[in-house]
Design a protein around this ligand. Structure first.
Ligand SMILES: [Zn+2]
Length: 339
């Protein structure tokens, strides 16, 4: 965190100000006795400033963040950066190689932070990442997508009661900010509790790149870096059409088995009683219709058409006080589209 010194050391390698270095950080070993190493790009601006991390693919199949980090490394002029940026396109190497969310033994890395030096495999990996990257930073951004079989509206998650987390979240520029500190052991919660305010950007689906989401993610990261005095942009920051902080979000679940005909998409505004979709039997007859039990905005949907009782269909963030703001903004947008 010593941003005033001219030398920054990472994994035993010194990076001088104005320098960009690609460094491998060894975090584990494979069944073939080979090192498992995380590729890390350390970008140091000429001018002093804070130190920040931007990480992706803590869940190995959530690869869209890797594209955002790639753009961050290659598509921006490093001369315009102040301070030190630690950019990590892929955190969970075993999961990334196997295209799964998990580390070996089906362990979810994002439940084991801050980790333990002599703990299980996940705790050891988490400990390395936490001590070598997170604790060297003043703040951080963790990039995710929806879990497998789901699609998310781009949104930011974090502990909005924490003033700095709230500031990072607001400047990222997403329309929906979900006020959730995160479960115990998650990177954003443990980093924030350790004094490194961290937000999570959640957008898109596993195993895919989306140009639109990559661009929104890159813009969000740069807007946060600008706010924190690390980036000097050419153009003005873009404000979202609206921005709401939501506290509660819930999954609406199927009560019947069958084939889902979904009628809503991420970003849709739903009123209590609105049709969400129908569940059909193999003959194509409607078994049941699913209606919304609340008013809110759709922040996630299933992409799998098959249901059994208990299958999560859509993820809704309830809107109360902010409902009229969202209504006004969405109506304006529909009108504009019609013209
Ligand atoms: Zn994730």
């Amino acid at each position: 965190m010593d941003s005033s010194s001219t030398i920054f050391s990472f994994s035993g390698i010194r990076v001088a100000s104005g320098e960009t270095r690609e460094i491998y950080l060894k975090v584990a070993e494979s069944f073939l006795s080979a090192a498992i190493q995380i590729p890390v790009t350390v970008i140091r601006g000429v001018r002093p400033g804070p130190t920040a991390f931007v990480m992706a693919a803590v869940h190995g199949d959530e690869i869209n963040g890797a594209d955002i980090v790639r753009r961050l490394i290659f598509d921006v002029e490093h001369e315009r950066l102040s301070g030190t940026l630690i950019a990590v396109p892929v955190v969970n190497i075993p999961g990334f190689l196997a295209q799964t969310r998990y580390l070996q033994y089906h362990r979810d890395l994002n439940r084991f932070f801050p980790g333990k030096k002599d703990g299980n495999n996940a705790e050891r990996v988490a400990h390395k990442i936490f001590t070598e990257i997170v604790q060297k930073c003043d703040f951080g951004i963790d990039l995710h997508t929806a879990a497998s079989g789901r699609l998310n509206l781009p949104h930011v998650r974090g502990d909005m009661g924490h003033p700095k987390v709230r500031r990072l979240a607001r400047t990222f520029g997403a329309t929906v900010l979900v006020d959730q500190a995160g479960v115990k052991g998650s990177l954003r919660r443990e980093a924030t509790e350790a004094g490194v305010p961290t937000i999570l950007f959640e957008a898109g689906e596993t195993g895919r790149f989306s140009q639109k989401i990559s661009m929104a993610g890159l813009r969000g990261v740069l807007q946060v870096l600008t706010e924190m005095g690390m980036w000097h942009p050419e153009d003005e920051s873009k404000r979202p059409p609206f921005q709401v902080i939501v506290k509660g979000s819930e999954w609406i679940r199927a009560e019947k088995g069958g084939i889902l005909d979904l009628a809503v998409k991420p970003g849709d505004l739903l009123y209590n009683g609105d049709l969400i979709g129908s569940i059909l039997n193999p003959f194509g007859k409607t078994v049941t219709q699913i209606r919304s039990p609340c008013t809110g905005i759709v922040i996630g949907v299933t992409t799998a058409p098959l249901t059994i009782p208990g299958t999560g269909i859509i993820h809704v963030a309830r809107l109360k006080k902010t409902l009229s703001l969202v209504e006004r903004s969405l109506k304006k947008r529909t009108k504009r589209k019609k013209k």
